[in-house]
Ligand binder design. Structure first.
Ligand SMILES: [Mn+2]
Length: 561
């Protein structure tokens, strides 16, 4: 990200700092996370199960639970239909493990990303029929599977939908629909992810059976919630915090195998490690091959088996990295050819051969870099597939809806969506989207501002302050890692590192503090990184391969004025 400006956010007032019995810097960080009293600070730092809302606040929950109880009691076969990303996979595993633990007979199914796509597939209905399933429960999808739910019903399969995606105008004919995004929903927290929504069913069911929810289910909820960038407040904060504790302190073969192969260490795993190390390895099976491999991992308790699957995922992940980097270079040179002097309000990138599974990664990286909504497409023949990633100012699913009549299939959220379209409709689509984007974004101020929590000296960073910062985890959407400004530090050493010298590695000094720092994707700024500079960064502990060291992650830097 290239920033046009730095903005130091307002300080907490002294009375808040006094009330919290914290230094001004620490109180300011909490203040920026919405905390204005001692009680709120305590609740934030120690999230507890009292953060969990009553699952029966979902209108459909009564019906859902009595139907599930009936199915368990009568030994019905229960099909679970999930999704191929980490949210859908962990959600499927939460339902499969949670239901099986109560004696249910479960038949989980994950669709193939490109052959079947998102939402209940015809292939899955065949599978459920063959397995004599009479009750189907969806996770992270289903609310728009109107026709498929009707087909299943005709074949004697009833459906419960759990989903968090925005519904169409007509709801499917399901036994019950659990979805915080229903326009009629009265559930107090509408930012649950797919796995979080599925978890509410498990919570309600376990209350009925007067059983304790197994801890490993929380680990799965944390993984899915962090991967779907769920708002890290309210229930999501408790669920993720509890899940992170479970991941760090209890053996979970599937996750432990991934931690090992990523080079991280258990007990010190951060949300960042999950986002950049563990989650991509779970997602990669669906992107390059079939996500059922990752489901198999999440459902296994044998370390021998999970190690084996993790090695396969590792190979796929290396391939995925190479393919994505190449595609991004191709997309950038395309854009350079097309755009001329100014970047368009919406970016289209496409190549026949790009693997559909990496389109979202391409769109995401371009959107971050150019600060524009981006649509990345691929495919040959009659049909084109695309993934879209957006910026807060542009509601992607809303914009796509204006073209809904020309899609074969589409769906998603404000910030991310996907669709399939006939190639012959592509031109109309591009024109329509361009005019929507031009209208909405033409007069948008294009300054990218880096928000800073507070200015500190480098010696502020010590064991005690780092432990305060780690009590703010899990970081995420709505609770970003705190960002600091330190002025006038000396660069003792600077190098560009990594493949293609992508990153910048610095050793910086102020007074008696000498600290290592990384500026990711800023390798090309090596020449600027000398002498006295001002840096904006987040401090953390790097636990790489068993060695602990303090490391700054530099967001931006400039010459000290
Ligand atoms: Mn999801």
């Amino acid at each position: 990200m290239i920033y046009n400006d730095w903005n130091i956010l307002p300080e907490a007032n002294s009375s808040l700092a006094n009330q919290l019995q914290l230094s001004k810097a620490k109180a300011t960080i909490l203040f920026h996370r919405g905390i204005t009293s001692r009680n709120e600070a305590d609740a934030f730092i120690n999230p507890s199960s009292s953060n969990l809302h009553d699952p029966y606040l979902f209108q459909g929950m009564d019906k859902c639970i009595s139907r599930l109880q009936f199915a368990i009691k009568n030994k019905e076969k229960i099909g679970i239909f999930g999704d191929f990303d980490t949210d859908g996979l962990t959600g499927t595993a939460v339902l499969a493990r949670g239901l099986a633990n109560l004696g249910a007979s479960v038949h989980p199914y994950i669709p193939h990303r490109t052959l079947e796509g998102h939402g209940i597939s015809d292939e899955s209905i065949d599978f459920f029929k063959e397995n004599e399933v009479s009750l189907l429960i969806t996770v992270d999808c289903g609310v728009t599977s109107f026709n498929e739910i009707n087909t299943a019903k005709k074949l004697g399969i009833e459906t419960i939908v759990t989903d968090h995606h925005v519904p169409d105008d007509t709801l499917p004919d399901a036994v019950s629909i659990i979805n915080p995004s229903l326009p009629t929903s009265e559930y107090p927290f509408d930012h649950l992810t797919g796995v979080g929504t599925a978890f509410k069913v498990i919570q309600a069911l376990y209350e009925k059976y007067k059983s304790n929810i197994p801890d490993h289910l929380y680990a799965l909820v944390a993984l899915g919630t962090i991967s779907d960038v769920g708002l890290m407040k309210d229930e999501n904060r408790f669920l993720s915090n509890k899940g992170m504790n479970v991941i760090n302190h209890q053996p979970i073969p599937s996750i432990d195998s991934l931690i090992k192969i990523s080079g991280f260490s258990k007990s010190t795993l951060s949300t960042e490690n999950l986002s950049y190390g563990i989650i991509p390895r779970i997602n990669v099976a669906g992107r390059l091959d079939h996500a059922k491999l990752s489901l198999q991992l999440l459902l296994s308790d044998s370390l021998e088996e999970t190690d084996k699957i993790a090695s396969k995922l590792e190979v796929l992940n290396k391939q995925r990295q190479i393919m994505t980097e190449r595609a991004i270079l191709e997309a950038k040179s395309q854009l350079l050819k097309e755009k001329g002097s100014s970047t368009p309000n919406i970016i289209f990138a496409g190549k026949q051969q790009w693997m559909p599974g990496i389109l979202g990664l391409i769109a995401g990286r371009l959107s971050e870099e150019y600060n524009r909504p981006v649509i990345a497409a691929s495919g040959e023949g009659d049909y084109i597939r695309a993934s879209a990633r957006s910026i807060p100012e542009f509601n992607m699913i809303g914009a796509l809806r204006t073209c809904s009549n020309i899609f074969e299939k589409y769906g998603g959220h404000h910030m991310a969506a996907g669709f399939t379209i006939k190639s012959k409709n592509l031109k109309t689509f591009r024109q329509q989207m361009t005019s929507v984007a031009d209208e909405l974004l033409e007069n948008l101020e294009r300054k990218v501002v880096l928000d800073i929590d507070t200015e500190i000296d480098l010696n502020w960073i010590n064991r005690e302050s780092l432990s305060f910062l780690s009590s703010l985890e899990p970081y995420g959407n709505g609770n970003p890692a705190p960002v600091f400004l330190t002025k006038g530090i000396s660069v003792l050493d600077s190098r560009s590192v990594g493949k293609d010298k992508t990153h910048l590695k610095l050793t910086v000094q102020q007074g008696s503090s000498i600290i290592e720092a990384m500026a990711f994707r800023q390798g090309s700024r090596l020449k600027e990184a000398r002498g006295e500079i001002d840096i904006v960064y987040s401090p953390g502990i790097n636990h790489w391969k068993g060695n602990d060291s303090v490391q700054l992650t530099i967001e931006d830097f400039k010459k000290n004025a």
